[in-house]
Design a protein around this ligand. Structure first.
Ligand SMILES: Cc1cc2nc3c(=O)[nH]c(=O)nc-3n(C[C@H](O)[C@H](O)[C@H](O)COP(=O)(O)OP(=O)(O)OC[C@H]3O[C@@H](n4cnc5c(N)ncnc54)[C@H](O)[C@@H]3O)c2cc1C
Length: 280
């Protein structure tokens, strides 16, 4: 196994996944798949490929125990078009290689983000960084119209400044953060899963979450077994505090027989689960 590909990812290459009105996520290229993780992890043994079941067990073990470097052997490259306010959150993830469209060099297109009326909400009362109830439909339509009106004025002025031959790098100052930008984004799988953990979370803003869903779909196509493990241990798994563990121990101590060998994905996971409750 020298050059590893994923059939599913091959079929998705270069097919942009539409996100909101004007945005997309496109898988430009990728290097490696689940097999690359296994290959790197086994290099020390020179043991060659094992059965699919054993490979899955190894990938799950590595992810569960934070043996992260084999996941860095898989690399994905995306082309993304998203509003600037989404891109600002996106680029906070520092472990990527990025190249963004230059508004000093190019004239930005007249594409702006306006939420669907059903996605326009009031400020959340219990989460300072979130949304509450949906606006009533009349108010929502009014808000969407006002946003469109600001965008029209801003873009008109942008074009006017360009017509006066004002430098592009200066003219762009009048454009709001709802305008779209584009960038190439390359990341290894370890860092990408970290990005997805943070940006698929319900606490992340809805607009970047929509993009993260598209990135997740493509990532799953590149490395399905690793993604399944990530989903089990990170996305849908939970960490418990010492106090919470003591409480869980108390709750299951009368019902320990139900923890049988078939209740978890692999035997080692059953062993590890029981070890957490040693002494029951
Ligand atoms: C729901 C949500 C709300 C947020 N709100 C805000 C906000 O209000 N204001 C704001 O500024 N940001 C905010 N952020 C951004 C957040 O603080 C992180 O900058 C962003 O999520 C990137 O995470 P990261 O640093 O783990 O990722 P990466 O930059 O990809 O880094 C990956 C990992 O590498 C290591 N690393 C990278 N660089 C360093 C370094 N310099 N020093 C030490 N370790 C490093 C860390 O272990 C880090 O976890 C928010 C993020 C989320 C998900």
């Amino acid at each position: 196994l020298v050059h590893i590909i994923s059939e599913e990812a091959e079929n998705l290459l270069d097919n942009p996944i539409q996100v909101d009105q004007h945005g997309f996520v496109r898988l430009v290229d990728y290097m490696g798949s689940d097999q690359s993780i296994v290959q790197a992890a086994r290099v020390s043994y020179g043991a060659g490929t094992k059965s699919v079941r054993e490979d899955r067990g190894l990938i799950r073990y590595l992810l569960r125990h934070s043996h992260t470097t084999p996941f860095e052997m898989v690399v994905l490259k995306f082309h993304i078009k998203c509003p600037i306010f989404v891109a600002r959150q996106w680029v906070r993830h520092r472990t990527a290689s990025i190249n963004e469209e230059s508004a000093r060099y190019s004239i930005l297109s007249n594409d702006f983000h306006i939420p669907e009326p059903t996605e326009l909400n009031v400020q959340s009362s219990d989460n300072k960084q979130g949304r509450g109830e949906a606006l009533d439909i009349v108010t929502a339509i009014d808000v969407a119209n006002r946003m469109a009106s600001v965008y029209d004025t801003a873009y008109e002025q942008y074009e006017y400044l360009l017509s006066l031959d004002v430098a592009r790098e200066t003219a762009r100052e009048v454009l709001p953060v709802g305008i779209y930008t584009q960038f190439y984004w390359q990341m290894n799988l370890h860092n990408l899963l970290h990005f997805l953990h943070l940006r698929l979370d319900p606490h992340a803003q809805k607009e970047i979450r929509d993009y993260a869903e598209a990135v997740a779909y493509l990532t799953k196509a590149v490395a399905p077994v690793a993604y399944e493990a990530f989903n089990d241990y990170v996305l849908t798994g939970r960490r418990f505090s010492g106090e919470e563990m003591a409480l869980i121990k108390l709750l299951i101590s009368n019902d320990i027989e139900t923890v049988n060998e078939h209740s978890l994905s692999t035997k080692s996971e059953v062993r590890e689960f029981l070890a957490k409750f040693e002494g029951i």
